[in-house]
Design a protein around this ligand. Sequence first.
Ligand SMILES: *Cc1c(COP(=O)(O)O)cnc(C)c1O
Length: 390
Amino acid sequence: MTQKHFETQAIRNQLQRSQYGEHSAPLYLTSSFIFDDAEDMRASFSEENNKNIYARFTSPNTTEFVDKVVAMEGAEAGYAFATGMAAIFSTFAGLLHSGDHIVAARAVFGSTHTLFTAILPKWNITTSYFNSATAEAIEKCITPNTKILYAETPTNPGIEVIDLELLGAIAKKHNLLLVIDNCFATPYLQNPIKFGAHLVIHSATKLMDGQGRVLGGIVVGKKELIRTIYLFARNTGPAMSPFNAWVLSKSLETLAIRVEKHCENALSVAEFLEKHPKINTVKYPFLKSHPQYQIAVKQMRMGGNIIAFEIKGGLLAGKQFLNALQLCSLSANLGDTRTIVTHPASTTHSKLSENDRLEVGITDGLIRISVGLEHVSDIISDLSDALSIL
Ligand SMILES: *Cc1c(COP(=O)(O)O)cnc(C)c1O
């Protein structure tokens, strides 16, 4: 049979069904599994035979979820975690040793930044940042101890697009592992492995679930790297629960159609905002005005669902705007069916100094919007009404 398309794999890459022949995936809520006999038990522990032993290691539901994402990203193997941060921490903690060094894009998720600055240094693992993603700026950060090159694209919340092909080439030249947090793009829009990434990480909490229900994380990539991360996770306990894996595996069945609609809505909203007189700048990867538009269309299928825009009037206008919204939610999540608006300077990035904020493009008037699946006219009306009071 020919290789099936993304949508078909997302639906049909299912675990073998039980004796009951259920059509939809059953939920296996069990913390352990039984062995046929003493010999089976010995073999399960001593060999790599993929048998489920204990749900802290693997479970049928997590395996189904992982197998789908592995196929979607064109990876060799993967492992699922309780949260995106558990996936990110376990990747670094599993692969790195004291003295190792990371080179990372300056604009990374807030907790990832804290990991680099406050947590990994406890074990003498240090990080250098590049502000602009040029070969020169990145190579300046590389030392003989550098092991991992790390980035997110598009970035949060500034919506910069980083050239994955360039990162792949630098990683190859300097013999580094390229690790990409692909959460904003999802495997439907962007596959970093094609550009040379060794590992791809997702917070499944966002567009993968897409309905604001469960937390989850996953790492996929090279088999031998995943094996090392798996051994770390198996013995430290950050595994995804079977229930969350069951929810997320179901969610993946509709990922393509949901993400496509999210992107369509987001492009319309971005075009509306770009024309609005009370807005200074709009950053959306698939707007022609985006500084890295050419890179975005090279590496992404569509532009994603996150828009950053700069409202005229700074902090005060930003707050007034948020308070005037009737439909859009003020919430700390993204990638939900519901449109969510945040003000990074007073929330997610409030712990950064103003200088650090400006370095990653977070001005006082910056608003981030995660465009949902409500009718796009209703989303635009809400934004338009809220802007009209300014
Ligand atoms: C949310 C997020 C994470 C962390 O994921 P959790 O599931 O909240 O732990 C990591 N990276 C990016 C880009 C995110 O948006």
